[in-house]
Design a protein. Structure first.
Length: 87
């Protein structure tokens, strides 16, 4: 299984964003694959703003209040439906 850790490389120095891999703490050598990402923070911020806008749109329509009986609605949504091509 691949483990993922985030870090920033400055020249030949690596700064870990969160946890340092245990193997590195123990002084072991590890193989790494570097993925260069540009504008990652900007895309993340845009995604966050779109998500907030979508949630605000739902809230503006009344959210859950527009469903008179949420329990009944949930049961209806979870009801088994026939699979395509089967009876």
């Amino acid at each position: 299984m691949l483990e993922k850790y985030q870090a920033t490389i400055h020249g030949e120095t690596i700064t870990w964003d969160n946890d340092v891999p245990a193997a590195i703490k123990n002084g072991e050598s590890v193989k790494v694959v570097i993925t260069l990402s540009d504008n990652l923070g900007q895309r993340s911020k845009q995604d966050t703003l779109r998500a907030v806008a979508a949630l605000q749109s739902i809230a503006d329509r009344g959210g859950i209040k527009t469903i008179p009986d949420p329990v009944k609605w949930q049961r209806e949504m979870r009801e088994d439906r026939p699979l395509h091509g089967r009876k």
